[in-house]
Design a protein around this ligand. Structure first.
Ligand code: ADP
Length: 304
């Protein structure tokens, strides 16, 4: 059955150290990475669109061309005169990665400033993904505009998926962060948190406590990711099940583990797999992703 997935958030320009002091340019961001992996594994009669904002400069055009080349529809990316995409640089020192960000005035921060644009983007979607990073970059008013649209989509029976993806550095106030993430979850029908973040920022003492907290907000389905310990699934009804991670011989780069899991999981869930089947597939894909360098790994390296 054909459908449309819409992922909402920020894609950034990525600069990575390469040979001879050169920098290699890429494009990545949590919700974009998830859209990339969903596109890899959804059937061709599904459309995958990205909802964001860029500028009108050359790098913005290049980013849009990159998205299109990966099969991602860009009709819902706003173009804002005078703005430019956010940028981050990956530094490698003695095998350890660190990051510098230039994103405080990125175009994507304005992605939810136009309610009509958001309405058009979400109206045609069957499956919508957003994250705590999407909310962190928006003004309080824009958060409200976005969440109002998502609540509307949820009420219309669409699957609205939220990954809290908690990044305290993006928030100036921990209390507002927790409140906004909680509001985000309320607007979703499926929440896909990472357990260690929930322990640190919400004080959960068990995976069951994380599940109970989200269910109490009116979230029908919860998938708690716990790295190499696998995932716990609590879909509608009282049953809770566990799906183990796929063992990885050598972890090369954990970037995008959670994003690839989300994209692969959703691609299978919406095309008829049970949640456990979809999670087993996503665990295999995430294991492949962390066995390779970079956020966006080629399909040929992931499926034999
Ligand atoms: P995030 O990257 O969002 O913090 P996790 O670390 O929980 O998310 O990882 C997401 C998924 O990636 C896990 O559910 C698991 O399938 C896979 N994964 C992560 N780390 C490992 C690992 N060390 N070995 C095998 N699989 C892993």
């Amino acid at each position: 059955m054909a459908g449309t997935m819409l992922s909402i958030g920020e894609c950034m320009v990525e600069l990575m150290q390469a040979e001879g002091g050169l920098l290699r340019k890429g494009y990545a961001g949590d919700t974009f990475n998830a859209a990339y992996y969903a596109r890899l594994f959804l059937p061709t009669d599904w459309t995958v669109g990205y909802c964001s904002a860029v500028g009108t400069d050359t790098i913005s055009d290049e980013m849009l061309a990159f998205m299109a080349e990966k099969g991602i529809e860009t009709a819902s990316v706003r173009k804002i005169e005078g703005r430019t995409p956010g940028l981050y640089m990956i530094h490698l020192k003695d095998g350890e990665r660190s990051f510098s960000y230039w994103r405080s005035a990125s175009a994507a921060r304005l992605l939810a400033d136009d309610p009509d644009h958001l309405r058009r983007a979400t109206e045609s979607a069957d499956l919508i993904l957003f994250s705590g990073i999407t909310l962190a970059i928006l003004s309080p008013d824009a958060v409200e505009t976005l969440l109002a649209e998502l609540r509307r989509a949820k009420a219309a029976g669409k699957r609205v998926v939220f990954d809290p993806n908690i990044r305290p550095r993006l928030w100036d106030d921990a209390e507002r962060m927790r409140r906004t993430l909680t509001d985000g979850a309320r607007a979703a029908s499926l929440v896909m948190p990472s357990f260690d973040d929930e322990v640190t920022h919400f004080g959960d003492t068990s995976i069951a406590a994380t599940i109970a907290r989200y269910k109490a907000l009116g979230v029908a389905d919860v998938v708690v990711k716990d790295g190499e310990k696998g995932v716990t699934l609590a879909f509608e009804g009282p049953d809770i099940s566990h799906v183990p991670a796929t063992p990885v011989e050598r972890v090369v780069d954990t970037t995008s583990a959670g994003d690839s899991f989300n994209g692969a999981f959703l691609s299978r869930l919406v095309t008829g797999d049970t949640p456990s089947e979809a999670a087993a597939f996503a665990a295999r894909i995430a294991a492949g992703v962390i066995g390779h360098h970079g956020a966006l790994v080629d399909k040929a390296k992931l499926v034999g």
